[in-house]
Design a binder for this molecule. Structure first.
Ligand SMILES: [Mg+2]
Length: 383
């Protein structure tokens, strides 16, 4: 079996409503992704998705398309797609960085392997530990009144975990936001605070001191991604577990975070972390050192969400809370049927072969802003 071609689609789909993410990332109106189809000589096609978001990741949809054309495709065309670890080894030698591009290829290879073996990806990873996971809600930055309305919508779905984005307002106001949310919903909701690198260490410590009476379930990425000493200081004064998101891309980041005793938990994202193979290694490193994992998501569509769920359902060191399988609910539309697996506040693991989700080709074409077919290099734009 050989890889014969790769199709790339840069898609752009608006959010259901603008997403006020953080000081660093601003307010977003559209989500971008690159959908990758890997074709084989026996007719099986695997699908993957890259979810770059500069400056969260170092990549953009354009760099994903370029590195696929110039560095990845020349290596993998002609290779046996079922030899995933061998291909990963070759790509480790040939491609420095570009984890979201690498991740899309890796997802597509697992999709192919599953389809060839007529097995869901979770079976290729050792089998599921649970068949259904609770989903978390997520809200952007707002006033306590806006927060209450947004949290209420997730609570109405039955969610018992909501991520609150912070890092935009003065610390005093962010403390008040959490206090108001806990007062109103704290008896039924666990709150994860994600500052998206928005604070410095003194601000993060002031936040921790300010929320002692009503701590969050988890504090994610309070300070800059490279500040591991800062993370460790915050963890030392923390009233709740601290997790790394932007600080954790590759396995070497996981090793550094563990070595610095910087965090209690890892925020895993299969696109950010470079695919299923790489994310699985990080999850196992976490388990070896007693860290728990949050299955988190970029602003992603159903292919990455399915890959994340195929992996997440196999892990035995997940945090006891909802996980980020709500990404497509925040979008105006999706190019897959992943949303069909979400029922209220839980998501069922797709049991079909491979990633277990179907692409909607009409929607894929409709939302494609630019495309590239390899190896011929034919470029196209959406009509
Ligand atoms: Mg985060």
């Amino acid at each position: 079996m050989k890889i014969t071609g790769i199709d790339l689609h840069h898609i752009q789909i608006p959010f259901a409503s603008p997403y006020k993410l953080s000081k660093k990332y601003g307010t977003l109106t559209d989500a971008h992704a690159v959908i990758v189809k890997v074709h084989t000589d026996d007719g099986v096609t695997g699908v993957g998705e890259a979810d770059p978001l500069n400056p969260f990741t170092e990549e953009t949809p354009g760099t994903v398309m370029t590195v696929m054309r110039d560095a990845v495709a020349p290596i993998i065309l002609g290779m046996d797609p079922t030899r995933i670890n061998m291909i990963e080894g070759f790509l480790d030698q040939a491609v420095l960085g570009h984890p979201t591009a690498r991740g899309a290829v890796n997802m597509a290879l697992f999709d192919i392997l599953g389809k060839v073996r007529n097995a869901p990806v979770y079976d290729l990873l050792g089998g599921m530990a649970q068949s259904r996971l609770p989903i978390m809600g997520a809200i952007g930055s707002g006033t306590p009144e806006e927060d209450a309305e947004a949290i209420g919508k997730w609570v109405d779905r039955g969610c018992d975990t909501v991520m609150i984005k912070m890092g935009v307002l003065p610390i005093r106001d962010e403390i008040r936001r959490l206090e108001a949310a806990q007062d109103r919903f704290g008896d039924k909701v666990r709150f994860i605070v994600d500052a998206n690198q928005g604070w410095d260490v003194p601000q993060a410590l002031a936040f921790m001191d300010g929320v002692r009476g009503f701590p969050p379930h988890l504090l994610e990425q309070p300070v800059d991604r490279v500040d591991l000493h800062g993370l460790a200081r915050i963890r030392g004064r923390a009233v709740c577990p601290v997790s790394a998101d932007e600080s954790l891309v590759g396995l070497e980041d996981a090793a550094r975070l563990i070595e610095h005793r910087a965090v209690d938990a890892f925020s895993l994202k299969v696109s950010k972390n470079g695919g299923l193979s790489a994310t699985l290694k990080i999850a196992h490193a976490a388990e070896a050192f007693g860290l728990r994992c949050l299955m988190n998501s970029m602003l992603e569509f159903g292919v990455t969400q399915a890959a994340s769920l195929q992996l997440g359902c196999t892990l035995t060191n997940l945090l006891d809370c909802g996980h980020a399988y709500m990404s497509v609910l925040r979008m105006a539309d999706d190019i897959s049927d992943f949303g069909d697996f979400i029922d209220g506040a839980t998501v069922a693991v797709p049991t079909g072969p491979g990633l277990g989700v179907q692409l909607d080709e009409d929607k894929l074409n409709h939302y494609t802003a630019a495309s590239l077919r390899l190896p011929n290099g034919k470029e196209g734009n959406a009509p």
